[in-house]
Design a protein around this ligand. Structure first.
Ligand code: F1P
Length: 346
């Protein structure tokens, strides 16, 4: 990872390279703000990136739905940096949004999966995610690959700016390199998640909650469930729960907490207690070794220990599996959900 960030790896097809980001690093670091534009799952990856870039690079970041951005009259100044995220590289909303921004003098960075796609071609620089073809319509491995590339981008920029300590930088590189092994371990929980799917497949609604880096993971967990199983699901920041969604909680409602150990953990534990006090069913995604959360939750999914900036990459995997198994248990075609298209080009 460190070699890759230092541009010491060849730009062979299939290798993630940061050379495009490196070339534009000075312009990016001089920008007043970075505006991230994307749709759907890619927008959720953008939200994680917002938190990470602001933390590591101390540059203001905004995240906007391309489908809104393209139809309003947004303020874009010459030199603004727009980061477009897209699996297909063909999503019309994202493409039109960046075309407009480019005309106004913005620098366009692309984080795209499909090599040579329209968004990749219009971008001034960027990095491919090289996740391989997404067979199903719902984006899954593209999301985890986006999180990896966006974290690498933040690390690259933070190292250039000097806004990250060497120890933190090296630790995050080491933790990124350990992701594949931890992901393999998680995939071994497949049978357990299948059993959870059987238990909860008839629920009418689901609520997904998380804080900080795990708030977008909660949104993504809910989106996957909606897309693949047609169960109504809402993702929410756990701290917002008391401002409305808590009214939905009763003994029928499964609430999925993305509750791995991080700076917000204690707060998340009290949110779990609030749900339990209202008889909701809690499924908690927790860090290995956590002894408190299992005493509160109805069901747990255990994630290997990881830094809080790495955890979202791992935490989303069991949520993708849960959506998949619920869809299969309901007899649905999980690769081709109704009404969805692989790339939305209109
Ligand atoms: C964006 C997206 C996907 C979603 C579905 C429709 O696509 O919303 O996240 O799973 O396929 O399109 P993209 O711009 O990331 O290709």
């Amino acid at each position: 990872i460190h070699d890759c960030l230092r541009g010491r790896l060849d730009a062979d097809a299939g290798t993630i390279t940061m050379s495009g980001i490196e070339k534009h690093a000075a312009q990016i670091l001089a920008a007043q703000r970075i505006l991230i534009i994307a749709c759907g799952t890619s927008w959720h990856a953008g939200l994680v990136a917002e938190y990470i870039i602001e933390e590591l690079c101390r540059i203001p970041v905004e995240v906007e739905y391309a489908s809104e951005f393209r139809y309003r009259n947004p303020i874009i100044n010459k030199g603004d940096v727009i980061l477009a995220i897209s699996q297909s590289g063909e999503t019309a909303d994202t493409l039109v949004a960046i075309e407009t921004a480019k005309e106004k003098g913005a620098i366009i960075l692309g984080v795209v999966n499909v090599v040579g796609s329209s968004i990749a071609r219009i971008s001034d620089a960027g990095a491919y995610t090289h996740a391989g073809p997404e067979i199903g319509v719902a984006s899954t491995k593209a999301f985890t690959a986006q999180l990896v590339v966006l974290l690498m981008t933040a690390l690259k920029l933070a190292a250039e700016k000097g806004s990250i300590s060497r120890d933190r930088y090296l630790l995050l590189c080491k933790e990124l390199a350990a992701v594949p092994e931890k992901a393999e371990l998680l995939l071994k929980a497949d049978a357990q998640i299948k059993a959870l799917a059987e238990k909860y497949k008839d629920a009418r609604d689901f609520l997904y909650l998380g804080r900080g880096y795990n708030f977008p993971v909660a949104l993504e967990g809910a989106l996957k469930l909606k897309e693949i199983s047609y169960i109504h699901a809402e993702g929410y920041p756990a701290a917002e729960m008391k401002h409305g969604p808590i009214a939905l909680v009763d003994e029928e409602l499964p609430v999925v907490f993305v509750a791995t150990k991080d700076s917000y953990h204690e707060k998340v534990v009290s949110n779990i207690q609030e749900i339990k006090a209202r008889k909701g069913k809690v499924i908690a995604v927790i860090t290995e070794g956590d002894t408190i959360t299992p005493t509160l939750a109805d069901d747990i999914i255990v994630i290997p220990q990881a830094d809080e900036m790495i955890a979202p990459i791992l935490n989303v995997i069991p949520l993708q599996l849960l959506a998949y198994h619920i869809g299969v248990a309901k007899g649905l075609d999980v690769d081709k959900p109704r009404n969805l298209a692989k790339s939305v080009t209109v």
